[in-house]
Design a protein around this ligand. Sequence first.
Ligand SMILES: *[C@@H]1O[C@H](CO)[C@@H](O)[C@H](O)[C@H]1NC(C)=O
Ligand SMILES: *[C@@H]1O[C@H](CO)[C@@H](O)[C@H](O)[C@H]1NC(C)=O
Length: 286
Amino acid sequence: MKNVYAHALLLISVSLFTQIGHKREQASDTLICLKDNYEDVSLGRLQTFPKLMEEIQKINEDVGIVLLNRHAINITMNWLCNLNALNDPTIISKILVFAMDDESYQKLTYLWPRLRVFKLDLPSVSQPFKVGHCQYQLFQLLRANLATIFSMMNKSFWMLQPDTYWSENLFDLLDFSENDGTNLYLDVEGETILSSRMIAGGNFFVRASIESSLFFHQLSAEIREKYATDNNVMGAMCSRQYADVQCEFIPYHTISNWRWKNNNIKPALMQFDSLILPGSKGKLER
Ligand SMILES: *[C@@H]1O[C@H](CO)[C@@H](O)[C@H](O)[C@H]1NC(C)=O
Ligand SMILES: *[C@@H]1O[C@H](CO)[C@@H](O)[C@H](O)[C@H]1NC(C)=O
């Protein structure tokens, strides 16, 4: 009798736990998956790509880094055509694409022979990304680890996302020649008091420095341990000035997103991030 009672109690608490704990469960699945796959995108692993360090060493100007897998190939092609249409050949020459599977590498090098494409064969990040899921967290870890390496090698860079429409050349919009001590220039979510200080994390500039290297190294460590997206972690680290890092926000009219409402002003860039409205078109259609 006692056993049956205990069993029933256990069932009730299990079903309660499943309801309440659904999100937590996904979080812990993700963390386990991260742990299992972390080596695939770790700093140590990246350093084993023989040509990677050479490729980074060769860079002698500010580059725009894009990470790509075969699921994002169409939106990336669309973006490259967008950049090409700006009629400034220097733009494409500043882009460095990391292709994370053979298919995207082949397509890009075939269709864009002038484009710098580096193949980083990483099976764990060649699946479609979904925010909050393991692949997405791994992608964020890879991004943070690459940022660490670039900064450590004294290479300043833009981290870019191809789901962004450019109406102007981003490389010319902000002048970083004067070093005023700012390490990171970050895009923001909106124009209100709150959202103008909330990091979007789609397109941002990193000035190579010890502070920036420490920042991204720590970002990677925090993403690995927590169930969080990199923009939120970056926001928290900027506000507590981790390792004395100086963060600056890029005005929303320079890099905006799909929530932009002012029809009289055309933002220089517009990112089509989280399109989760019911019945909304996909990013590419937009
Ligand atoms: C890319 O576009 C082509 C042509 O419209 C389509 O056949 C293909 O399925 C698309 N690929 C992806 C990954 O969406
Ligand atoms: C880092 O790069 C900058 C700009 O490219 C250069 O002026 C500087 O001398 C470099 N610093 C070191 C320590 O190599």
